[in-house]
Design a protein around this ligand. Structure first.
Ligand SMILES: C[S@@+](CC[C@H](N)C(=O)[O-])C[C@H]1O[C@@H](n2cnc3c(N)ncnc32)[C@H](O)[C@@H]1O
Length: 232
């Protein structure tokens, strides 16, 4: 199999995926229209499908796209696809590790990528380093219980694992058949870690379509706290 063949298959899957096309893309397009971001960051970009469609939708807008993933093949693939590759920047980094420098996007989104690594304090700090003060962060998660049920591990108590926060399972990717570690981040933990102190939660919405539900968390980056010196 050619090195990027699995990315082609992933991308094919995205093209017919109702959750991305009918829920996520309209939501993000609305966000861009409302907020007019100059720099948009796609965290865990995969094939870059989401950024590609958005960059075509907003081809006349001046937007710099930043594609971030820990897999160099994904980032290269994603950058080639955006409407104006010259306006795109590649970042290959493992998002579990500290970022080498702040990124400063006006809008950052994480579409289904938080399923592939645990949501730690470091990840929350990285998210804060990615977004400018007043900028937006959109996190898209599936209904994790539905996904856990789809993993079909009847022999273990999935709900108990989820509640205890040890929900790393081996799951087969539905588009490519490739096994991968699946984490189910607890929504309340994601909110608690981000809202104190870097972000405020703007909205939390559930969307459903054809029996599939997703959750969209929409945050706004707070300004950095003012450092005041006490004069005695
Ligand atoms: C489920 S895919 C989602 C891709 C894309 N956001 C989409 O919706 O089509 C998750 C992506 O996260 C990336 N990823 C997994 N672990 C990562 C990590 N530790 N750091 C950065 N990216 C990671 C994977 O390479 C993959 O491209």
């Amino acid at each position: 199999m050619a090195a990027t063949e699995w990315i082609d298959r992933w991308d094919d899957g995205c093209q017919s995926d109702e959750r991305r096309n009918e829920l996520v893309l309209p939501y993000l397009a609305g966000k861009i229209r409302d907020r007019n971001p100059r720099t948009v960051l796609d965290i865990g970009c995969g094939s870059g499908y989401i950024s590609r469609i958005l960059s075509r939708t907003f081809a006349d807008w001046v937007i710099d796209w930043i594609l971030l993933d820990d897999k160099p093949d994904c980032v290269r693939y994603a950058v080639r696809g955006v409407e104006l590759p010259a306006r795109a920047r590649e970042i290959v980094t493992d998002f579990r590790e500290p970022l080498s420098s702040a990124i400063g996007a006006d809008l950052a989104f994480v579409v289904f990528s938080l399923l592939e690594f645990p949501f730690t304090k470091q990840v929350a700090e990285n998210l804060a380093d990615c977004v400018t003060a007043g900028g937006d962060l959109v996190i898209v998660l599936p209904d994790v219980l539905e996904d856990l049920m789809a993993a079909q591990y009847q022999e273990i108590n999935l709900l108990e694992q989820y509640v205890k926060g040890i929900s790393c399972l081996q799951k087969q990717d539905k588009f490519t058949g490739t096994p991968y570690n699946f984490f189910a981040p607890r929504v309340e933990e994601v909110i608690a870690m981000l809202t104190c102190p870097a972000f405020s939660l703007e909205s939390l919405s559930f969307y459903g379509r054809a029996g599939k539900r997703i959750l969209i968390l929409d945050f706004v980056r707070r300004p950095a706290p003012l450092v005041t010196e006490h004069v005695r």
